[in-house]
Design a protein around this ligand. Structure first.
Ligand SMILES: Cc1ncc(COP(=O)(O)O)c(C=O)c1O
Length: 439
């Protein structure tokens, strides 16, 4: 495995530099592209930067989804003229092409137009936004919820509002990039603890006693599918008087007896998880995000959060679509049950093949491959067989753990899941054949 100081990410690495606002210090390492050369304004600089990315097999590319061959479903898509089963979307409940949701969006667009016209604090906050915020607060059981255009922006807002210069934010090593970036814009230092290791999180809080004011974690980890050890993190956060920010982007709508996410799964109270972030572009099948919390927290976000204040409000038709989606999530629990059953079916079959799985019981089921180039080869083989699965490589995941991030949707069929397993069995250069990635 290449020794890459940028990606070693131990909590000991400290970098500091001067900013307009004074010295800035970073504890931990940013998951940047390994060894990416500085991009100076010189004729060859951009080409060299791209060549270096290619050399490391890390070039990211996009595919254009040309059409959806099956009515009301995005489980199958046409890309590059080829019809494939999509096993990499986050449309866990199969709502992204639901006709009632699309109709709600269209009806609202006819009433309000497509654009909201301004930011929420100017004149962009509309009836549909307000109604959705109230419904999300009721759904999650928090006093209030505040809509954001994206989960990325919601996480930046939550952390930057609660953490400040001179303070420390404790972050799980596998947290989503937006939690890291939120810490960076807050001006606080960050210190990362070992993945899903609450004891190590406590070490960080002890080490920075008084200064560690926020613990932030994914609820369901986006690239691994496992759950944060939330009850212990909640206990530690309380003991050290730190805010606990939980980004439940992949849990809300899916996890918990009624789909209210990881807080419901662990039967935690609002005071144990005072800041909950949820996204709407995944299980809810639409777009946007929210922060849920106390009235005072939401009011402070409205006053301070730059990603709330300095941006145009989400289009009202998107909020109207999400209101319909929220109604369906509550009215049709079979969607949640079905996607979890399909993930369990895959797991059982993949275990029988001795594939290298992660300890996940959610719709996110990564198959760990190891080397980035091998993961890309596996992705291409699956594509030839009619399955779209994306290879996730560093810096999104740690070096040496490139993977096929397979995700399930209530819109998939059992036959599609079984066919995917058969295709995986035919891939020659496979993952190290261990049973679990985290021991
Ligand atoms: C854990 C996690 N948090 C936040 C986000 C960002 O959400 P959004 O896509 O709404 O910006 C994502 C992915 O997109 C995610 O996986």
């Amino acid at each position: 495995m290449p020794q890459n100081p940028e990606y070693r990410c131990t909590a000991k690495i400290t970098r500091s530099w001067r900013t307009r606002d004074g010295p800035f210090e970073l504890v931990g390492a940013l998951p940047t592209l390994p060894s990416s050369p500085a991009v100076k304004r010189e004729p060859t600089a951009l080409k060299s930067a791209l060549a270096e990315i290619d050399r490391q097999h890390l070039r990211r590319t996009r595919r254009t989804v040309e059409s959806f061959p099956v009515a009301d479903s995005r489980a199958e898509i046409v890309v590059d003229g080829k019809r494939v089963v999509d096993f990499c979307s986050n449309d866990y409940l199969g709502l992204a092409r639901h006709p009632e949701i699309a109709a709600a969006m269209g009806e609202c667009a006819a009433r309000t137009g497509a654009g909201s016209g301004a930011s929420h604090l100017v004149t962009g906050h509309g009836y549909e936004h307000q109604a959705l915020e109230e419904e999300l607060a009721a759904f999650t059981g928090y006093e209030r919820a505040l809509l954001f255009s994206t989960g990325y922006m919601a996480n930046l807002a939550a952390i930057a509002t609660l953490a400040d210069r001179g303070e420390v934010v404790a972050l799980d090593r596998l947290n989503h990039a937006s939690l890291i970036d939120g810490t960076l814009i807050s001006g606080a230092r960050f210190s990362r603890y070992a993945h899903a290791d609450a004891a190590d999180a406590e070490r960080v809080l002890k080490e920075h006693q008084g200064a560690a004011t926020v613990i932030a974690t994914d609820g369901v980890f986006s690239m691994d599918g496992d759950l944060a050890r939330l009850p212990t993190l909640a206990r530690i956060a309380k003991a050290y008087k730190a805010w606990l920010v939980v980004d439940d982007a992949h849990g809300i709508g899916v996890v918990g007896p009624t789909g209210r996410g990881i807080v419901e799964h662990y039967e935690l109270s609002n005071s144990e998880v005072p800041v909950l972030v949820g996204t709407l572009g995944k299980a809810f099948g639409t777009f946007g995000a929210f922060v849920a919390g106390s009235t005072e927290l939401i009011e402070l976000l409205v006053q301070k959060a730059r990603t709330y204040i300095y941006t145009t409000a989400l289009p009202q038709p998107v909020a109207a679509a999400t209101r319909k989606s929220l109604e369906i999530v509550q009215r049709e629990p079979w969607r949640r049950e079905r996607v979890l059953a399909l993930a369990a079916r895959f797991r059982k079959a993949a275990r029988a093949l001795d594939l290298h799985l992660a300890p996940s019981e959610t719709p996110i089921q990564p198959v760990i491959i190891g080397a980035a180039d091998a993961a890309v080869r596996a992705q291409n083989r699956l594509l030839e067989a009619g399955f779209l699965v994306v290879a996730i490589r560093p810096p999104t995941v740690p070096t040496g753990t490139a993977r096929l991030r397979i995700t399930f949707s209530a819109a998939h069929t059992e036959e599609q899941v079984d066919a995917l397993v058969e295709a995986l069995a035919r891939i020659p250069a496979h993952a190290p054949r261990k049973s679990e990635v985290h021991g």
